[in-house]
Design a protein around this ligand. Structure first.
Ligand code: FES
Length: 295
């Protein structure tokens, strides 16, 4: 007879596990995987343990079984959740990482860092941190037994925010859609995992990301609007000093950052004049006399 439908375990296999030395539901799960899925079969696993063993060793083990000790439904739920985390040694941080609020926090921080990487030049630091936290979230999801499907909405939402950043569009409807998807993903995950903490974190995280997006967009725009820092364009707006000048061709040489450059002007200048670079043609700078402050 099937007892654990999640893992496809029969009562015979569970009895074999008990015969082989399993004395608690956790040990049974470690041997035959019964009870390591949704946990719905754990009461039946405990009953099998109860039926099958009569030795003193059994009573000693079951005396501490949280399922049998649970007085009400909430205790039973938390006992089942505790046992579903599996036997010791399964993972050093199992039980922390698979907590729904921790999963939502990890995914939210990951989303924030990845969006920062898209918006600002962090030389990969934010991106690496984002992927590391994404990995932490995925480990938690893989170790937990909660329905993770709503979390796929988070991926869609972060992708939408990233597209808005790349396209430099403040589209209110786009931002609203991204925030809505994020809220649906996190709150839906928390609700299906029966975790009020995850729901609360999801609401807060959605608000924080929605509020951060305009700041990131402004930062991205400011960076992209900055004048070029490399190439001849980087000289535009810079001051130089005339070194020599041919007043007939209105061409000469100017010194800029310690280097000499060919220059051309529309108006006469003289050696020693301070001039302003206003453009260039190939390697020749276009200059005008530098404006003189009125004071
Ligand atoms: S039925 Fe056994 S874990 Fe789901």
């Amino acid at each position: 007879m099937w007892i654990c439908h999640c893992k496809g375990v029969t009562d015979g296999q569970i009895r074999s596990a008990i015969d082989a030395g399993a004395r608690t539901p956790v040990e049974i799960g470690a041997r035959c995987r019964a009870g390591t899925g949704c946990g719905g079969c754990l009461p039946e696993v405990c009953r099998l343990l109860d039926d099958h063993l009569t030795s003193q060793a059994y009573y000693a083990a079951c005396a501490s079984c949280p399922l049998l000790l649970a007085d009400d439904e909430s205790e039973l739920v938390s006992a089942e959740r505790e046992m579903r985390r599996g036997p010791p040694g399964r993972g050093r941080y199992a039980g922390v990482l698979d907590s729904p609020p921790v999963i939502v926090i990890a995914l939210t921080l990951s989303a924030a860092l990845l969006l920062i990487e898209v918006a600002l030049p962090t030389f990969g630091v934010a991106g690496i941190g984002g992927f590391a936290l994404l990995w932490v979230g995925l480990v938690g999801i893989s170790q937990g037994h909660d329905t993770w499907a709503p979390l796929t909405l988070i991926a869609v939402s972060v992708s939408l925010w990233a597209v808005l950043l790349v396209r430099r569009t403040p589209s209110p409807s786009g931002q609203l859609t991204a925030a809505g998807l994020y809220a649906l993903g996190t709150v839906g995950f928390g609700a299906m995992a029966a975790s009020p903490g995850a729901v609360a974190v999801g609401v807060g995280a959605t608000g924080a990301l929605a509020a951060t997006f305009p700041v990131l967009l402004r930062g991205a725009n400011r960076l992209l609007d900055q004048p070029a820092q490399v190439g001849m364009e980087a000289f535009d707006g810079r001051k130089a000093a005339v070194v020599s000048w041919d007043s007939e061709t209105n061409r000469g040489t100017v010194r800029l950052d310690g280097s000499l450059w060919n220059a051309i002007a529309d108006v006469p200048v003289r050696p020693g004049d301070e001039v302003l670079v206003v453009g260039h043609e190939r390697m020749e700078l276009h200059i005008i006399p530098a404006p003189v402050a009125p004071w």
